[in-house]
Design a protein around this ligand. Structure first.
Ligand code: NAI
Ligand code: MG
Length: 489
């Protein structure tokens, strides 16, 4: 233990940066708090352009060695990291819960297994793809095309607070598998599990400098990282305004970007839908207190079933248990930070002031202390209103009705976003027609949040640039090269 080590849920977390295989402090720190009770958890190194530069230099120095490491060896190290994640999954779950207020039971059952799987998946995918072994079948005596996926170089990965370790490893794993080196900058509201990941990766034998973690407050370290000329890829998940700043900065060096941004996704309930399923899927949108980019926050329900759907939905949602996220019985925990609570409450207040009606919730849950916001459903909302058009990132859903398919699609597609959409309908023909016309990176039919890591993931329109998952991640993280060899060579 030393001044840089915080004990969080009984777990020792070093809150300095991890650069070139060593812990490095900064002259100042920022305070990381727990949204459960507002308690200070740790003082975290406050990175600046100085640490950003040092981390990129470390990633650059480590790149040739890691890029030249045989793929089987890279895959072995990634599996060893997954083993380490599994071994420490309870520590990771406890720390993540305290840090950002997400449910402990979700971490235990779903998130931490997925974190390990992110590494295993991309390790196996790397080998299965036989990167650089693809040769087009020669037609007759012509030249042979040989496509290779070459490692690109140091990557900067900037990640948000809503699913900190899951979203970080979703980028870190393919970047490392591809043979790149990484500087990870976690969000300042949830910096701790990234630091534990650095320990796990080092224990797994990942060479120094291959994964670096720079902590930072707001844009301080992040802006310096994305502007750095030696950075070959930028992967970002977060908000649209920050994405704009990053893209503008990346333009200076034409650094390729992958952006996974917000959403305002619709859930369409048609009259022929299984209403119990529709209600279950709609209530699921309150998961993680609504702090999910994919959340279908706009419930669009066919008029003829709207009354029935709404009463069943309100009855079910009213039974959700709000409370301490460490309690296994809790369904909805706190929002990540007092500032997020204020932001969410501001959206709801402005909506109500302009005519929206709360059928459920509509206020912070002050009985619990902390940053709890009641699950909320707002109706009487206009399509062009702020509450329908802007991402709230809290447990706030809107309800609109439609008369027919055309109106349903006009509402569904009527925002600047295009991350996901969910359709609940029994008529297969209708489901096919509607899904074909929806603008979204992912469309779910009679299900929600089902992810196969081989499938592409990303957003249309303002929801992002590029796709992650499967081959798409490798296409982004590699320099794809085509070598044409003359016949007979
Ligand atoms: P943000 O987009 O500002 O922050 C995300 C990350 O970017 C953090 O690590 C932050 O430190 C970093 N960052 C901030 N400014 C930067 C800059 N100029 N250059 C490089 N990096 C920079 O998100 P924030 O403020 O935490 O959340 C605001 C809203 O963003 C939320 O209310 C929600 O609507 C949306 N959001 C969307 C997410 C998604 O999954 N798509 C995740 C988190 C937030
Ligand atoms: Mg925190």
């Amino acid at each position: 233990m030393n001044e840089h080590t915080a004990t969080v849920a009984g777990v020792a977390v070093d809150t300095r940066h991890w650069i070139g295989g060593a812990r490095v402090g900064s002259p100042s720190t920022f305070t990381d708090v727990s949204p459960i009770d507002g308690r200070a958890l740790a003082g975290v190194a406050r990175g600046s352009s100085f640490e950003a530069g040092a981390a990129v230099a470390a990633a650059k120095a480590a790149f040739p060695g890691w890029a030249a490491t045989p793929r089987a060896e890279r895959a072995r190290v990634l599996h060893a990291i997954a083993d380490g994640v599994q071994k420490r999954s309870e520590d990771l779950a406890q720390v993540e819960t305290l840090d950002n207020g997400s449910l402990l039971r979700s971490h235990r059952r779903g998130v931490m297994p997925r974190v390990a799987h992110n590494f295993r998946f991309f390790a196996d995918r790397l080998l299965a793809l036989s990167l650089d072994d693809f040769t087009t079948p020669p037609k007759g005596p012509g030249p042979v095309n040989h496509v290779s996926w070459d490692p690109a170089g140091p990557c900067v990965l900037i990640t948000p607070w809503n699913a900190p370790l899951m979203l970080a490893t979703w980028k870190v794993a393919p970047a490392l598998a591809a043979g790149n080196t990484v500087v990870l900058k976690p969000a300042e509201w949830s910096p701790l599990t990234a630091s534990l990941l650095a320990d796990i990766a080092a224990d797994a034998g990942l060479p120094p400098g291959v994964l670096n973690v720079v902590q930072g407050y707001g844009s301080e370290a992040g802006a310096a990282l994305v502007a750095h000329p030696d950075v070959c890829r930028i992967g970002f998940t977060g908000s649209v305004p920050t994405a704009r700043r990053i893209a503008a900065s990346a333009a200076g060096h034409l650094t390729p970007l992958s952006l996974e941004l917000g959403g305002k996704s619709p859930l369409l309930v048609f009259a022929d839908a299984d209403l119990d399923l529709a209600v279950d899927l709609a209530v699921e949108q309150y998961d993680n207190a609504g702090q999910v980019c994919l959340a279908a926050t706009r419930l669009l329900v066919e008029e003829s079933v709207a009354t029935e759907f709404t009463s069943r939905f309100v009855a079910k949602a009213a039974r959700l248990r709000q409370g301490d996220p460490r309690d296994e019985a809790t369904d909805i925990g706190p929002l990540v930070h007092p500032a997020q609570l204020e932001k969410v409450d501001g959206f709801v207040r402005r909506a109500v002031a302009s005519g929206a009606r709360a059928l459920l919730g509509g206020t912070p849950n002050t009985e619990l202390g902390g940053t709890y916001y009641r699950p909320t459903l707002l109706t009487d909302v206009a399509q062009d209103s702020e509450i329908v058009q802007e991402e709230v990132f809290g447990p706030v859903l809107t309800l609109q009705t439609f008369a027919d398919e055309d109106e349903a699609l006009a509402l569904a597609n009527g925002t600047r976003f295009g991350l996901a959409a969910t359709v609940v309908a029994s008529d297969d023909e209708r489901a096919r027609r509607v899904t074909a016309a929806l603008v979204a990176g992912t469309v779910w039919v009679n299900c929600f949040f089902v992810r196969d890591l081989r499938a592409p993931f990303g957003g249309s329109r303002a929801s992002g640039i590029g796709r992650e998952g499967g081959t798409w991640s490798f296409d982004f993280f590699c320099d794809v090269k085509n070598t044409v060899t003359a016949p007979g060579s």
